[in-house]
Write a protein that binds this ligand. Structure first.
Ligand code: SF4
Length: 378
């Protein structure tokens, strides 16, 4: 594991200004390792009910200050759960590994702003329980092929220079033939992935957007160049990689912006190592517009026209979604390896038909398409 000093200058973990440790975790080996990596950050031991965490003011403004405070705690619930997809849209049957909550980066559209019940970053140190739970799941149903991700409630690598979790997970997954781990990030914190015997069971994935959206709406994230350079490095270390165009956001000039990102992606990353590329237009819970509006009053994209989808989330009108997906897809297939699975995240069959000319059931379903891509690519 690299020392913190060797990590990249844009490491989002560098934004943390205070670490709080629940009293029953202070002697945990993972806590000790994290605290050894910390330089010049105050550390405070707090009661296990979090009652002595600092008051950061009124929600949602407290979310801004919360990104500077990392809480090390034990997960007393389950680590491993199916992704909360909805019945109304085509779901990819993802399994979520809950390693902590929130992240030090700050995207205007981040759904977590509307979900979180406290403003802090948290990381669960009882990794031994996480691995026990995973082993039990594999033993219980060894034939079930699983795609597992840690990037649902946080960013998979944003705190990795402190936690070192990626190398533990990559090594654990190395011989799990019936599963693949996806580490999804907007950072370029990949140093701990170098030199690991990953056995092809880990896919490193980046969320991408147009340069204009990345620059304005994704605060403290890595730039497009940094994300793509990190992806190319991971590919050179033998990892398969993946990309998520999500959320695709409408603005004047969107076509040119997304096209530029796609051009640069395929100019930098070897196409034969890309397992999948997803596309998902902006969708959000109604409460998010108010929260993000208060925190980022200069952002304009929530002021477009939206309809309420079957899952209660606001979405662009169907015609606009189809136009945007078709435009990106046309660019993607100019370059993509035919084995790369290009798919839509949380859309219905009608949209699939219009964009791709088929629906997932005709080719075995979306989970099957992704599982095939894992087996074929790389
Ligand atoms: S990187 Fe992901 S988890 Fe972090 S603020 Fe952005 S959307 Fe939210």
């Amino acid at each position: 594991m690299k020392s913190r000093k060797q990590q990249s200058a844009t490491d989002p973990a560098g934004y943390i200004s205070m670490i709080h440790v629940e009293s029953d975790c202070i002697d945990h080996p993972v806590t000790r390792q994290i605290l050894e990596r910390v330089e010049n950050i105050p550390i405070e031991v707090i009661s296990s009910d979090n009652s002595s965490m600092p008051d950061l003011g009124i929600y949602p403004r407290s979310l801004t200050g919360g990104k500077r405070h990392l809480l090390l705690a034990k997960n007393r619930g389950k680590f491993f759960k199916p992704c909360p997809g909805t019945r109304e849209y085509v779901c990819c049957d993802y399994q979520v590994l809950n390693i902590g909550m929130n992240c030090p980066m700050d995207c205007v559209y981040c759904i977590l702003q509307a979900y979180l019940n406290n403003p802090y970053l948290s990381f669960y140190v009882n990794i031994e329980d996480l691995l026990t739970e995973l082993s039990a799941a594999f033993a219980h149903d060894p034939k079930h092929f699983r795609r597992i991700g840690t990037g649902e409630f946080t960013d998979s690598l944003a705190l990795d220079s402190l936690t070192g979790l990626s190398s533990v997970l990559v090594k654990f997954m190395r011989d799990k033939d019936s599963a693949v781990l996806e580490l999804k990030t907007k950072s370029a914190v990949i140093e701990n992935l170098e030199g690991l015997d990953h056995g092809g069971r880990t896919i490193v994935a980046w969320s991408l957007n147009s340069p204009a959206i990345m620059g304005k709406e994704e605060i403290r994230t890595a730039s497009l160049e940094q994300r793509l350079a990190a992806a190319a490095k991971c590919a050179s270390w033998g990892y398969r990689v993946a990309f998520h165009f999500d959320p695709i956001i409408y603005y004047a000039g969107w076509q040119q912006g997304y096209s530029e990102t796609i051009d640069r992606l395929f100019a930098t990353v070897p196409k034969e190592q890309i397992a999948w590329v997803s596309m998902g237009c902006l969708r959000y819970l109604p409460s998010l517009k108010k929260i993000a509006g208060q925190r980022f009053p200069q952002s304009r994209f929530f002021h477009e026209e939206f309809i309420t989808g079957l899952d209660g989330k606001a979405r662009y009108f169907r015609t606009l979604r189809v136009e945007m997906y078709k435009s990106l897809y046309k660019e993607l297939i100019r370059y993509a390896d035919p084995r790369t699975c290009i798919y839509l995240c949380m859309e219905n069959n009608e949209i699939w038909q219009e964009v791709f000319g088929f629906i997932p059931e005709e080719v075995g379903g979306l989970p099957q398409m992704l599982d095939e891509a894992v087996r074929q690519v790389g």
